[in-house]
Design a binder for this molecule. Structure first.
Ligand SMILES: Cc1cc2nc3c(=O)[nH]c(=O)nc-3n(C[C@H](O)[C@H](O)[C@H](O)COP(=O)(O)OP(=O)(O)OC[C@H]3O[C@@H](n4cnc5c(N)ncnc54)[C@H](O)[C@@H]3O)c2cc1C
Length: 380
């Protein structure tokens, strides 16, 4: 067992850390306050190969491993969790399923532009009556001639309002339940009957677009079916397994940011004639924050390692997401405590980190659903 990063992993860590502190740190407050979708940053992430980190270069990606991917999301989310999720969704929820289930033509047409950052992708799974229970999808797709006719709506879709391409999970035959589900690649720029609906206003990750997607007799070419009819549930669940590595890494980046801000603050804030960092109460908070953050990172890198080795990793990625997201919530709460009253104001970034952390316990499977996934594996 190696506890050291490879040269390539160190290289991407340095490169993304440098990029994030130079280009993202100055923009992060504006992204949050103005609910600003950082188009220019997303374009630069594409130029750096970060929109398809673990996708082979023949399909426009950087051809790196999933530990590199986790490192990149951590470094980006350390300053801006909105950008972290934009990137994570494109990598894990849009590129990854097309890479794993797509045919050569679909990969050339849809994967290459997304992985190279020229186009943005999303995954449409959730519906008003299908959240944690993803099997209850009611968006329908009927094959008529050479086209799928799609009707229904998807809810809370990250990147939805900005995306060019979506992997959309649909029901082809309700009587077959999950065996009737299918995944379609939808070209948002060229699909009659498709439109973006309501955009959500949110507690955190305010720069990311969270949209409703509406399909009214939307016409999708027959050849845009990903895999076979009946593969939709498998596409969705296996995609979320990988996505959880990304969201856990986002949570890790938020938590690390909150810890670093707390250390800086504690060294400079003087009370009772000395920096509060000299107080044992503060030192213990810093120690506990650092320990949970390190434990999160180890769980995430293990899940990423298993994915790279093509070994089962569903339970491990659920553990990583569960632990890292609850750590992010816990650490950001402590970070506000270390900052005292200042931490409660918008003058310091820790209140934003606290708001951003919450969603990591909810999307791509809630903490309750993560516990179901993990316990099912242990009790079987
Ligand atoms: C900002 C944001 C971005 C999102 N991005 C995307 C996206 O890109 N694509 C996409 O498809 N979806 C996306 N989602 C949807 C997200 O994945 C769901 O919100 C999430 O899975 C929970 O579903 P729900 O909101 O319907 O809650 P529900 O499923 O209604 O859950 C409500 C509560 O009940 C609990 N619960 C439900 N079932 C069980 C159970 N069996 N046992 C124990 N507890 C249970 C839940 O844990 C939760 O606490 C996004 C959501 C948000 C808010």
């Amino acid at each position: 067992m190696e506890f050291q990063l490879t040269e390539e992993q160190k290289m991407i860590q340095d490169m993304v850390r440098n990029f994030a502190s130079k280009e993202l740190k100055p923009l992060a407050e504006k992204i949050d306050k103005e609910h600003y979708f950082p188009k220019e940053i997303v374009a630069k992430l594409g130029d750096l190969g970060l929109m398809g980190v673990a996708i082979p270069d023949q399909y426009g990606g950087a051809g790196m491993d999933n530990i590199c991917y986790s490192i990149a999301i951590e470094e980006i989310s350390r300053y801006c969790a909105s950008t972290g999720v934009i990137m994570s969704v494109n990598n894990s929820l849009a590129c990854d399923p097309v890479y794993r289930f797509g045919n050569e033509e679909q990969k050339k047409k849809y994967l290459t532009p997304m992985a190279s950052g020229k186009k943005l992708g999303c995954l449409g799974l959730t519906e008003p009556n299908a959240g944690s229970d993803a099997s209850n999808i009611s968006t329908t797709a009927k094959l008529v001639g050479d086209e799928w006719i799609v009707n229904g709506a998807k809810l809370f879709i990250t990147n939805g309002g900005e995306a060019n391409t979506g992997v959309i999970i649909v029901q082809t035959d309700k009587t077959l339940k999950t065996k009737g589900l299918a995944a379609l690649i939808v070209d948002f720029d060229n699909t009659p009957g498709f439109k973006v609906g309501k955009l959500e206003s949110k507690l955190g990750i305010r720069g990311s677009s969270t949209a409703e997607l509406i399909f009214e007799d939307a016409r999708v070419p027959k050849e845009n079916l990903l895999g076979n009819v009946g593969d939709g549930f498998k596409v969705a669940l296996s995609t979320l397994d990988g996505g959880r590595i990304g969201i856990a890494s986002q949570a890790l980046g938020i938590a690390r940011g909150a810890l670093e801000e707390s250390i800086e603050f504690a060294k400079n804030r003087v009370q009772f004639g000395k920096p509060i960092a000299d107080l044992q109460a503060i030192q213990w908070m810093i120690a506990d924050m650092a320990t949970r953050i390190d434990a999160s990172r180890l769980l995430i890198w293990r899940a990423a390692y298993l994915k790279d080795k093509k070994q089962p990793y569903s339970s491990e990625s659920a553990m990583a997401k569960l632990y890292a997201s609850e750590t992010a919530m816990w650490v950001t709460t402590k970070a506000i405590q270390v900052h005292g009253g200042y931490g409660y104001t918008t003058e310091y970034p820790v209140e934003r980190y606290f708001r951003d952390a919450k969603i990591t316990e909810i999307y791509e499977g809630t903490s309750e659903v993560m516990r179901i996934v993990i316990s099912r594996n242990y009790l079987k």
